[in-house]
Design a protein around this ligand. Structure first.
Ligand SMILES: [Ca+2]
Length: 257
């Protein structure tokens, strides 16, 4: 009896090993990056008996790894490489890429045009009182933007032009912080090259003018140390300074991916 049991167990083990091997070998695993969302899409034929194709979408390789799809390490590598192929000047995420994180997974894009319609726009209609530290962040433009549009008495601002913007179907645009704005200014040659040579009159590089009403200056969302001023950046020279909140400067929205 013991011999029969052993043979039975070994036979079952052999059969299951063969089945498992067939399943793994027959999995048609494929990873692609969906455009323009940039989401990773894994298509895995996970059930060969019923010929069912399952499609999984993830926003990063780590999210993909926690998906129920059966995906090989080689496929993860492919996804990682595809997801890291973003480049400065690429039209992506509803705008144009001007910064990419070292791992290629995140970045910042700028809107494809100024939002002030060529006339410049005030930093805020509330020009005489200080918001304080919630709008004074040098790096976090998103938080500054929230603080500006939430200030008592606020009705219009460069920040609101950004939060109202829906470029590319996205609703998370904001006015860049001072550091984000100078980063954007540092890529102006690439951005001007792409947007001014794409044959599309509705996409525009930055304005470099030396006269009224804007002097080629763009608003950041960072409030200055004094109540009446905020940080702006002159793209002609790429330098930042404090300017009166009721001045009319250019407005370019950004968003993160
Ligand atoms: Ca253009």
């Amino acid at each position: 009896m013991n011999t029969i049991k052993l043979i039975t167990v070994l036979t079952l083990l052999f059969i299951s090993t063969v089945l498992l091997s067939q399943t793994l070998q027959s999995n048609n695993q494929q990873i692609s990056v969906d455009q323009p969302s940039g989401k990773l899409v894994a298509v895995s034929n996970v059930n060969t008996n019923t010929e069912t194709n399952s499609k999984y979408t993830a926003s990063s390789v780590s999210a993909l790894k926690s998906s129920p799809a059966t995906i090989s390490e080689k496929a993860y590598g492919k996804a990682e490489s595809a997801a890291s192929s973003r480049y400065i000047g690429e039209l992506y995420g509803g705008g144009i890429v001007f910064w990419i994180s070292p791992d290629g997974q995140h970045g910042l894009v700028a809107s494809l045009k100024d939002l002030d319609e060529g006339k410049g726009y005030p930093w805020s209609n509330v020009a005489g009182s200080k918001i304080g530290k919630t709008a004074a962040n040098m790096t976090n433009g998103k938080e500054n933007t929230k603080a500006i549009v939430s200030q008592a008495g606020h009705t219009k601002s460069a920040a609101k032009l950004c939060t109202d913007y829906r470029g590319g179907g996205f609703s998370d645009w904001y006015l860049p912080s001072n550091r984000e704005l100078t980063l954007l200014a540092s890529q102006d040659v690439v951005i001007d090259y792409v947007l001014d040579n794409d044959g599309n009159p509705s996409t525009l590089g930055f304005v470099q003018e030396y006269s009224m009403p804007t002097f080629g200056r763009y608003w950041s969302s960072t409030e200055y140390v004094t109540a009446h001023d905020a940080w702006g950046c002159g793209f002609s020279a790429g330098s930042s300074y404090g300017g009166g909140k009721d001045n009319t400067y250019r407005v370019r929205a950004i968003r993160a991916f």
